[in-house]
Design a protein. Structure first.
Length: 222
């Protein structure tokens, strides 16, 4: 009997895990979904194999496990909302886009006209006040983690664009560290020209693609 139930629970595990592997999810969304799926799978296995277990217990275990797994996702707390409002005020009129993502992260999209000159990674003077206020909000909310992603347009080769995008993210992290933000909280990435948000067909669209994206996440406490 236990063998049959274990097979049922294993099938539940496979379905739960497969269902959470959607290719169009972001890395954080996939992590949250997989946490829920794997939690459901393990809950089903435990429920099915414990003494007196049955299909009902396996199902209840899956529900409980799924709920516990989902706790591993991001949360949108009052602190995160306060940080969003603070950054909206600090960036008014600058062209910086501040938003809440579907997976409960704060996103700052910084265009090239206030962040970096073409082909350069040194931070421009009009980017510094934005980063100063941002660093202050991060120091006020130490439970958060930060991901900085640099992008370029398609001018030049990948051998040039990829390290340039990484260097832009790195310079941004270093600037924040100089304002008291622990660099261990910050992850940097460079995407080169691989993720354009405009066509690259003219100067204006290429300028839109030369950008830095900053994401702030607060994890649920399990």
């Amino acid at each position: 009997m236990h063998t049959k139930l274990t097979k049922t629970a294993a099938a539940m595990a496979l379905v739960a895990f497969t269902a959470t592997g959607c290719a169009d999810m972001s890395a954080t969304q996939r992590g949250t979904a997989q946490g829920a799926g794997i939690g459901a799978a393990l809950g089903g296995v435990i429920g099915a194999t414990t003494s007196g277990g049955g299909s009902g217990r396996a199902t209840r275990g899956a529900v409980i496990g799924g709920a516990l797994g989902a706790v591993a996702g991001n949360i949108w707390s009052k602190r995160m909302e306060a940080q969003r409002q603070a950054m909206e005020q600090a960036t008014q009129g600058t062209g910086v886009q501040v938003s809440q993502t579907a997976d409960n992260r704060l996103k700052l999209e910084i265009p090239s006209d206030i962040s970096f000159d073409t082909g350069r990674s040194d931070i421009k003077g009009n980017f510094q006040p934005v980063l100063n206020r941002f660093a202050q909000t991060l120091n006020e909310n130490p439970a958060t983690t930060v991901t900085i992603i640099g992008h370029t347009d398609n001018t030049g080769t990948d051998d040039i664009n990829q390290p340039l995008s990484v260097d832009r993210a790195s310079r941004t992290r270093d600037y924040l560290a100089g304002r008291g933000v622990n660099p261990n909280r910050v992850t940097i990435e460079g995407r080169g020209s691989r993720e354009p948000i405009a066509s690259n067909s003219d100067a204006n669209s290429r300028a839109r693609n030369r950008r830095v994206e900053i994401y702030v996440a607060e994890r649920a406490q399990g």
